[in-house]
Design a protein around this ligand. Structure first.
Ligand code: ZN
Length: 226
């Protein structure tokens, strides 16, 4: 049976910055034999009969608040809406249809705007001039003696907290998830001004010094390792 993608927009939505715009308030995929059958199904789901848009937006009067759009899904759009993606941040799986349904926001690579924000926060390239200090830290898993070395120009405990909460699937984060917090020690190896030393070069120096890739929990010998 053919599939149809149906979405309803509220054209009175106040988008804030740009004033009134169109907000998608509902989206769903219907199985039906024809567009007319889809219209019936939409009517059953909603008491209000929204104007059904037939390609030309101009046909919808300005007074109409809700606009229903019905598109038959060809293979291309079927893939767009129903392909399963894995969130780059939380590793949960989702489809674009689900994102659209629950209006979670964020780009296609993330399940939500919140995850995208988290991801960008962790990976943002620090502007070295705007921070006073960089810290190279070492986290040691006491039962095994395995070490993880990292660098941050932000508040150090925030970085540790992010590691505790991370679900990246990296060996380090897997071990953190499987362990008790008291299994780890957290040490500061060096604090310096980013304007005087390259933070990533200092991080690489300590990763190599402690052989933290081969014997420890670092995945690579430099930055962007998670
Ligand atoms: Zn996510």
């Amino acid at each position: 049976m053919p599939k149809f993608y149906v979405y309803i927009t509220d054209r009175l939505h106040d988008s804030g910055i740009l004033g009134f715009g169109h907000e998608r308030v509902f989206s769903e995929i219907y199985d039906a034999e024809s567009k007319d059958e889809v219209k019936k199904l939409v009517l059953e789901d909603f008491d209000y009969m929204p104007k059904v848009r037939e390609k030309m937006t101009a046909k919808v009067p300005e007074t109409e608040r809700f606009i229903t759009s019905i598109h038959e899904l060809n293979d291309y759009w079927h893939n767009i809406w129903l392909t399963t993606h894995m969130c780059k941040e939380c590793r949960n799986q989702y489809t674009k249809l689900e994102k659209s349904k629950f209006r979670t926001g964020g780009s296609t690579e993330f399940c939500s705007a919140e995850c995208q924000k988290q991801f960008n926060m962790r990976f943002e390239v620090a502007s070295v001039d705007s921070y006073n200090s960089a810290t190279v830290y070492m986290i040691t898993h006491r039962p095994t003696g395995k070490r993880y070395i990292g660098v941050t120009t932000r508040w150090i405990m925030q970085r540790w907290w992010e590691h505790i909460k991370a679900k990246s699937g990296s060996p380090f984060h897997q071990l953190v998830l499987a362990s008790s917090i008291t299994d780890f020690t957290f040490e500061i190896l060096e604090v310096f001004k980013p304007s005087e030393h390259d933070p990533y070069a200092r991080e690489a120096f300590y990763i190599s010094k402690y052989n933290a890739v081969e014997l420890g929990l670092n995945s690579v010998s430099g930055h962007m390792q998670e």
